[in-house]
Design a protein around this ligand. Structure first.
Ligand code: OAD
Length: 256
C-alpha cells in the first residue's frame, strides 16, 4: 500500500531540488518484462547463468557465454520501456539539465524511453567489446544473431571479431570480479554532489560499488528516497522508503 503522505513529502523534495540524481536497478525494468537478478524468477537464481557471467567462463567456452548473452539481448529487444522509464525521460525533456540517471542496468530501456543524461555503471548489453584493444562495437540495431534457446548446444552463435585487431568480441557488460568502467563511478559521484535528492529505484542495494553511492549521498546530506516493491538493504541509510511498483510511483513523484 502506497503511503500518500510520504509520497507527497518526496514530491516536495524533488520539486524543490535544483538537481535530481536517480540510481536505478533491475526492478525498474521488471514491469517491462525484464527479469531481475535476485528476486523470484531472478537470473541469479539459476546457478548455471551465474557461472556464465565472468571472464574465466568466457576463456573456457566463449560460445556458451555468447549464447546466453544473445538470448538476453533478444529477450530485452522484445521488451518496451514502462511508465517509470518514460516518466524519467519526460522529466528530462521538460527540464533539461535537471536530472541525471545512473543505472546498473544494461538493458538500454532508459535510452529507449528518451533519457539522454544517463550513466551506465555495468556496461551495455548491446555493445560488444574487443577482448584485446577494447574497441566497442555497437549492436543496438543489428538483428538477433543468437539462438532463441541458450540451453540448446546445437545452436552456438558464431564468434564475432574486432574490425580493428581481429581478436574476439565479448559482451560489453561488467562481469563478476571486474572493475566498473573507469570514469562511471566518478561521474555518478559528481552528479550526486551537485544534487539535492537521490532517488533510488528498483535495486536491492547489495552490489558494490554501486550501492556505496547511496551512502555517499546520505553522508553528503542529500535527501535519499527509495522506490521498491519491498524494504531493502538500504533501509537504514535513506530518508524515505516508498513501497510499491516503480511504474506507479515514479510517474506520480515526477508529475509535480
Ligand atoms: P536485484 O535483482 O538485486 O534487485 C531488484 C530489486 O528490484 C529488488 O529489491 C526488488 O524488490 C525490486 N523490484 C522488483 N520489481 C519492482 C518494481 N516493479 N518496482 C520497484 N522495485 C522492484 O537487481 P539490482 O539491484 O539491479 O550486476 O542488482 C544489482 C546488480 O547485481 C546488477 O546490475 C547485476 C547484478 O549482479 C552485474 O551484472 C554487474
Amino acid at each position: 500500500m502506497i503511503n500518500l503522505a510520504e509520497l507527497e513529502t518526496a514530491q516536495g523534495w524533488i520539486a524543490a531540488a535544483n538537481h535530481l540524481t536517480v540510481l536505478t536497478g533491475a526492478g525498474i525494468s521488471a514491469e517491462s518484462g525484464v527479469p531481475t537478478f535476485r528476486g523470484e524468477g531472478g537470473l541469479w537464481r539459476n546457478q548455471g547463468f551465474m557461472e556464465l557471467a565472468n571472464a574465466r567462463a568466457f576463456q573456457r567456452d566463449p560460445q556458451a557465454v555468447w549464447a546466453w548473452y544473445r538470448w538476453r539481448q533478444d529477450m530485452v529487444r522484445a521488451c518496451e520501456p514502462n511508465a517509470a522509464h518514460i516518466a524519467l525521460a519526460e522529466f528530462e525533456h521538460r527540464q533539461p539539465g535537471r536530472i541525471t540517471v545512473v543505472t546498473q542496468n544494461v538493458d538500454r530501456l532508459h535510452q529507449r524511453a528518451g533519457s539522454r543524461s544517463t550513466i551506465e555503471l555495468h556496461g551495455d548489453l548491446f555493445a560488444d567489446r574487443c577482448i584485446g584493444c577494447g574497441l566497442v562495437h555497437p549492436c543496438h540495431d543489428s538483428p538477433a544473431t543468437g539462438p532463441a534457446d541458450p540451453s540448446n548446444p546445437d545452436q552456438d552463435p558464431p564468434l564475432l571479431h574486432c574490425r580493428a585487431c581481429n581478436l574476439v568480441l565479448r559482451p560489453g557488460v561488467v562481469w563478476f570480479g571486474e572493475s566498473l568502467p573507469a570514469d562511471a563511478m566518478q561521474m555518478a559521484r559528481n552528479a550526486i554532489s551537485s544534487s539535492d535528492v537521490l532517488l533510488v529505484i528498483g535495486t536491492s542495494g547489495v552490489v558494490m560499488p554501486a550501492a556505496s553511492l547511496v551512502t555517499f549521498a546520505s553522508r553528503s546530506n542529500i535527501k535519499c528516497v527509495t522506490v521498491n516493491t519491498e524494504s531493502t538493504n538500504l533501509d537504514g541509510t535513506v530518508d524515505l522508503e516508498l513501497i510499491g511498483p516503480a511504474g506507479l510511483i515514479v510517474p506520480a513523484l515526477l508529475s509535480v
